[in-house]
Design a protein around this ligand. Structure first.
Ligand code: 13P
Length: 246
């Protein structure tokens, strides 16, 4: 099933999140043929869990730590997230990589921990503008995926991947659907090389300046299995339009 997900990033307080859900849920009540995922900040997970408990809309987190518990001030474990009904975690978002210095090694540990805990990770990959201009898009994406999945290639059926070119995030300048399709097809070929057994079981989402106007153009591409939406997902009406746009 296609996966349409919202990454609210560091936006919306718990009370704003409640208002959001009150507006959003009626708008997508009749949607059955695609999975809808909301990834609010940690502080809104509790209120969102209470509201979404008996709903089809899934709850995700934007980050996690890989250790099970202990002296890791400020971090959140996967069992804490699971207890709040979280079924997905975004791992390796470019903002985590480039603002908070997350390494491929750390991302690999987080993915491994997600698989152990039974929470489905959405691994984010994508090139920066200078890498794109140097013709390195495919190489960068391949390296990020190979390092992230190192030692866990047997579990590619339990992971989704989001292709989010860094230069397209929050810029209003998305990749063209054609360019996204090329990278998505490349990612699927790479997944096949890593684990031919699970062909087609990893969804590849596109993220980067998706909005209600362009969403259906991405979703029309063969290898685009869903979307990861930032800015436009903060408006419940806009996000509902994106969910229903194809
Ligand atoms: P924007 O949709 O704001 O470009 O953000 C995309 C993103 O980073 C989703 O994870």
């Amino acid at each position: 099933m296609k996966l349409i997900s919202a990454n609210w990033k560091m936006n919306l307080t718990p009370s704003q999140s409640v208002q959001y859900l009150q507006k959003f849920l009626p708008l997508v009540e009749d949607v059955r043929d695609r999975e809808i995922l909301l990834c609010p900040p940690f502080t809104s997970l509790c209120v969102a869990y209470e509201i979404l408990k008996d709903k089809e809309v899934k709850l995700g987190a934007q980050n996690c730590y890989y250790e099970k518990k202990g002296a890791f001030t400020g971090e959140i474990s996967l069992s804490m997230l699971k207890d709040l009904g979280v079924s997905y975690v975004i791992v390796g978002h470019s903002e985590r990589r480039w603002i908070f210095g997350e390494s491929d090694e750390l991302i690999n540990k987080k993915l491994t921990a997600c698989l152990e805990e039974g929470i489905r990770p959405i691994l984010c990959v994508g090139e920066r503008i200078e890498e794109r201009e140097a013709g390195l898009t495919f190489k960068v994406v391949e390296t990020q995926i190979r390092l992230a999945l190192s030692g866990i290639e047997a579990f590619t059926d339990s992971i989704d991947i989001a292709y989010e070119p860094v230069w397209a995030i929050g810029t209003g300048n998305p990749a063209t659907p054609e360019d996204a399709q090329l990278v998505h097809a490349f990612i699927k070929d790479l997944l096949y090389i890593l684990n031919p057994k699970h062909e087609g079981r990893t969804r590849v989402l596109y993220g980067g300046s998706v909005n209600p106007q362009n969403a259906s153009h991405f979703m029309a591409k063969r290898d685009v299995d869903g979307l990861l939406v930032g800015g436009a997902s903060l408006d419940p009406e806009a996000f509902a339009k994106i969910v229903k746009s194809f």
